[in-house]
Ligand binder design. Structure first.
Ligand code: 5GP
Ligand code: ZN
Length: 117
C-alpha cells in the first residue's frame, strides 16, 4: 500500500535503522524509543491489524509465529533473553495502535512496569 508508512519503510522509500530482514519481515528501530531497545518487527506484506490475520489462514499463522521468532532472536542478539524483555502488539485504537500495518514492539534494556498504561 503506497500510503502506508510501514509499507514505505519496508520498500525503503522511507529510511529506517534496519536490524534484520528476510523474505517475510523487517525489523527496525522505533523512531520514538520507549526503552533502550525498542524495535518494531513488521511483515513485508500489508496486514492492517491482528484482526486481519485469521483471514490469511495458514499463512497468517506462519507469519505470526515468524514475527515472534524474529523478535526473540533480535532480543537475544541484544542480550535481553536473560534479563527479560517484552513484546507488545497493539490492535486498533483503544489499545493505542497508530500505524495500521501489523507490527510487534520489542522493548528491553530496562525494568518494565505492569500493568501497561
Ligand atoms: P503503535 O502505536 O501503532 O502500536 O506503534 C507505532 C510505532 O511506530 C510507534 O512506537 C512509533 O514511535 C513508531 N513510528 C511512527 N512513525 C515512525 C517512523 O517513521 N519510523 C519509525 N522507525 N518508527 C515510527
Ligand atoms: Zn502497510
Amino acid at each position: 500500500m503506497s500510503d502506508c508508512l510501514f509499507c514505505r519503510i519496508v520498500a525503503g522509500t522511507i529510511p529506517s535503522k534496519r536490524l534484520f530482514e528476510d523474505d517475510r519481515c523487517v525489523a527496525f528501530e522505533d523512531v520514538n524509543p520507549q526503552a533502550p531497545t525498542h524495535v518494531l518487527v513488521v511483515p513485508r506484506r500489508h496486514v492492517a491489524t491482528l484482526n486481519d490475520l485469521p483471514a490469511l489462514g495458514e499463512e497468517g499463522e506462519g507469519l505470526a509465529g515468524h514475527l515472534l521468532r524474529v523478535a526473540a532472536e533480535v532480543a537475544k542478539g541484544r542480550g535481553h533473553d536473560g534479563p527479560g524483555y517484552r513484546l507488545v502488539l497493539n490492535c486498533n485504537a483503544q489499545a493505542g495502535q497508530t500505524v495500521f500495518h501489523l507490527h510487534v514492539h520489542l522493548l528491553g534494556g530496562r525494568q518494565l512496569g505492569w500493568p501497561p498504561g
